[in-house]
Design a protein around this ligand. Structure first.
Ligand SMILES: *Cc1c(COP(=O)(O)O)cnc(C)c1O
Length: 368
């Protein structure tokens, strides 16, 4: 049986959690009392707020990041017989979206430094049937999107983990043909479930809106009920107002981890000069025994995880030799608790516990 011993003042320190305050509660309560709880004016307001934040022309709210991806592929006209390039080191929602439209998923390995797709790797996968590239900005660190824009293939930016991050001073999600976001409970901002599609193209945005609303239409075609509710939008509005604070808090925690782990002589997460890492995840590399470390940390009241549950090529039973960096990341990366409400003392406790466990108990190397 799995026994958890709670060590940090009797609490289990969760791996991730939403940051909800009294303002959020008030916003949602007001919607509930208003009697207008489905998609309405607040969804429109959230969309407007969101597109201004990002600096794009159009934003369409959805009920999840998965449906945002599905509608993006539909709007680009991707379907049967087409191929879509995506990383193997990503959550399974991305593969699902490609399969929803009947297209073929061409998986690619990642760059060992930023854990994102790299142009020189995907070039081998491009052919006449390639209709889109889903470029994820993994764990809050932007991919080198500029290098992808010249390929002549529509880029869908998957910003589900990176809302607010910047690449060369511009918000990610404002550079590709379309970008998608998720407001799942533990993402950068939370609405429970929820998502957004953003684009500068009015044509694409109109198509997406058209697919999202099925009722009271003159002509019939298959459409979807992918709408966001005003309950969720009210939370989205009050959360996005706090995004900058959320990002600074995450960076503060990352700094605490950096300083502690440097004291143990260990490698800290890679940062690019041209991009702003917002630390949706803080991942460290452990040489061996990842599962054992996860279990030991749980016994000490710390919930740590593999940041990607399982790479996609393992589900599709593809040759692992083609995905050496993904395999390496899967076998060695450990994701530690990081979220705005995690206080400094808790972060320091986690840093010490992880440092001692992974890098030995030598107190002389423990930072003061
Ligand atoms: C969370 C996530 C999604 C899916 O979003 P949902 O809102 O959970 O459907 C897609 N891509 C990435 C990279 C994600 O992290």
């Amino acid at each position: 049986m799995f026994v958890t011993v709670l060590n940090y003042e009797g609490q289990m320190l969760q791996h991730s959690r939403p940051t909800i305050d009294a303002e959020d509660v008030k916003a949602v309560t007001q919607v509930l009392q208003s009697g207008y709880i489905a998609q309405g004016l607040l969804v429109e307001e959230f969309e407007n707020r969101f597109r201004k934040f990002l600096g794009v022309e159009w934003a369409v709210a959805t009920n999840s990041g998965s449906s945002a991806l599905h509608l993006s592929l539909l709007a680009l006209g991707v379907g049967r017989g087409d191929e879509v390039i995506l990383p193997s080191y990503v959550c399974v929602a991305v593969l699902n979206a490609v399969r929803y439209v009947g297209a073929e998923a061409k998986l690619c390995d990642i760059c060992e430094e930023d854990l994102n797709l790299r142009v020189r790797d995907i070039k081998k996968e491009i052919n006449k049937r390639t209709r889109a590239i889903i470029l994820t900005h993994t764990f809050g660190q932007p991919a080198d999107i500029e290098e992808f824009l010249g390929l002549g293939i529509p880029i869908i930016e998957d910003c589900a983990q990176s809302l607010g991050a910047k690449y060369k001073g511009k918000r990610i999600g404002s550079l590709g043909a379309i970008s998608i976001f998720s407001f799942y409970a533990t993402k950068m901002i939370a609405t429970g479930h929820g998502g957004m599609v953003a684009s500068d193209s009015q044509i694409l945005a109109q198509k997406i809106r058209d697919f999202r609303e099925f009722d009271e239409r003159q002509n019939y075609k298959v459409r979807y009920n992918y709408k966001m509710s005003d309950i969720e939008a009210s939370l989205g509005l009050s959360q996005i107002a706090k995004l900058d604070t959320f990002i600074s808090k995450r960076k503060e925690i990352a700094q605490i981890y950096d300083e502690a782990f440097s004291g143990y002589g260990m490698e800290i997460p890679h940062r690019k000069e041209r991009a702003d890492h917002i630390f949706y995840r803080y991942v460290i590399k452990v040489e061996s025994g990842l599962d054992k470390i996860i279990t030991r940390l749980a016994r000490k009241g710390i919930e740590a995880k593999r940041p990607i549950y399982k790479p996609l090529h393992q589900y599709l039973v593809l040759d692992k030799r083609n995905f050496p960096n993904t395999e390496e990341a899967y076998n060695s990366l450990l994701s530690l608790p990081i979220y705005p409400s995690l206080g400094r003392d808790k972060a320091e406790f986690i840093a010490r516990t992880v440092g001692d466990l992974v890098f030995g108990n030598d107190l002389s190397r423990t930072p003061a």
